[in-house]
Design a protein around this ligand. Sequence first.
Ligand code: BTN
Length: 326
Amino acid sequence: MRSEIIALLRQRGDYVSGQELCGHFGVSRTAVWKAVGQLKKEGYRIEAVQNKGYRLLPEDEIFGQHELESRMDTEWAGHPVIFYEELSSTNLQAKLDAEKGAQQGTLIVADMQTAGRGRRGRTWSSPPGTNAYFTLILKPDFAVELASMVTLVMGLAAAEGIRKNCGVEAGIKWPNDIVVNGKKICGILAEMSVERDFIHYIVTGVGINVGCQDFAPEIADTATSLYRECGHKVDRAKLVADVMKCFERCYGQFRQEGGLGSLKERYNSLLVNKGREVRVLTPGAEFQGISQGINDAGELLVERSDGSVTNIYAGEVSVRGIYGYV
Ligand code: BTN
């Protein structure tokens, strides 16, 4: 009931009478009063005025269970949401939960990670109180061949969610780095459990640099945050909810069309290196060419100087601009 009270007070933006709250939730005045007391302890500023009711006052960002629940505006993605102050990795927790039977749509969120993981064995810097780290559990019944595309669907949703939330021109660096002004703002790590032709689960982890201002020397030139790019604080719970909303829509379309379908055009329209010269680094070789965007399978098409086109499959490959990261 606490998250619903917050959602209702926020939506109203004015006093809501105790009587209305009691009627809305079918509980006693004492139960409402107790819930409001607990919310105050969590840091919410709720004003109670006799004969008027309760009113939510603007507060500094609260990032926790009830705030996330109160912001979630989806049918299934982000239900339930489970918040932790600290985890080793939200992907790891999501995998454990998925093994134990967690339902599709379960979202694991942490304020900090002690062992945040990135693609290709890298670590993901995850300090407390500033960024967003979350992992969504999916249990799809589609063919294994489609599984690798889910990470691109989340990439598109993250870019669109970030744009919607704070208006920055977020683009995608294939396969799924989200970049703003040529620097990385968000990374995605999808992991799955597959047995022959059956997908047990896919967990898709998203890390967004929201408020951090200082980066480790090795990424200082290539990383940025929403705070740096927008110049103002961004509410993490609202941002996570916006990404979930976009993901639910994109994934619904992906399921309906049985593949990337029309999402491909949207993805390609946000691809920062489309039509540009890129350098493709594979474990054994390196070559340059012009990025032409993704195909229906989510592979990046790169045209070499001799006119031949090579399909790049994400795996261990890295694609960079010839003059730097993008
Ligand atoms: C990358 O670009 O290398 C991918 C980074 C993915 C980081 C996120 S943070 C939430 C989730 N938990 C993890 O341990 N990793 C992902």
